[in-house]
Design a protein around this ligand. Sequence first.
Ligand SMILES: C[S@@+](CC[C@H](N)C(=O)[O-])C[C@H]1O[C@@H](n2cnc3c(N)ncnc32)[C@H](O)[C@@H]1O
Length: 256
Amino acid sequence: MNLLFRLKHYLRYQWQGRTKYYIHSPFVFQFYLNVLEGDVEQELKPLAQLRQQLSKNNTSIAVKDFGTGSHKSIAISTLLNKVAVRHKYGKLLYRLVRHYAPSSIIELGTSIGISSAYMGMAAPQAAITSLEGSPDIAIAAGKNHEQLGLSNIDVQVGNFNQTIPQLLNKLEHVGLVFFDGNHTEDATLQYFHQFLTKANEDSIFVFDDIYWSEGMHAAWQQIKQHPQVTLTIDVYQFGICFFKKGKTKEDFILRY
Ligand SMILES: C[S@@+](CC[C@H](N)C(=O)[O-])C[C@H]1O[C@@H](n2cnc3c(N)ncnc32)[C@H](O)[C@@H]1O
């Protein structure tokens, strides 16, 4: 069911997605040139090597199921292949952070620390807070960050229901927020509204898996329509929101 849904939307994305030659907005054109384009393979070589190494690591770690509270064992290689951001979209996160240099970076869902590593490498001076509910996974993420020499990523362990309010209490504004945990409609909308209370003109929200399910798609449609969101960019895997004031609301679908 979900497969058919995703295929339908992928074909629609391919049909509707624009290339840079059809973009009139200067802001979105710059986004295209700086975030969707650019060879960063050389800079990301240590991360590509780490991915290679993890893909062969069959050590199992305990992963918590947040629905039931139970644990199951999953191999690190499986977490890399099935859960972590793909290199293509990791590069997008890297260029996004490098281009906009957000004042703070928050991630919901660290897993073994791959997406946070792309963002951490893009902004070694920026403070990144990544939230993860499974303690053993958080330890694995810490080791991966250490191997890459990244000391700017703070992984906080606990259920989002507790860690998000605690984090928001300490912040005046949020810079970039990457929503990549608990991919359900209700949870996504709940987290969106929580972070919206601390969004300003420079905030950027990135939602992963906006076509994962009908629920995620419904959440993305509601997010797009929110009056505080002034510009959205859909690259199929991610939905990206900007909050610039004084702009006519626009939604873009861009080929990536
Ligand atoms: C898709 S994975 C994150 C992948 C990671 N961002 C990457 O690309 O490398 C989602 C993570 O969110 C965590 N998670 C899901 N629901 C959670 C909750 N309610 N509280 C805390 N962590 C949660 C899971 O344990 C899982 O590791």
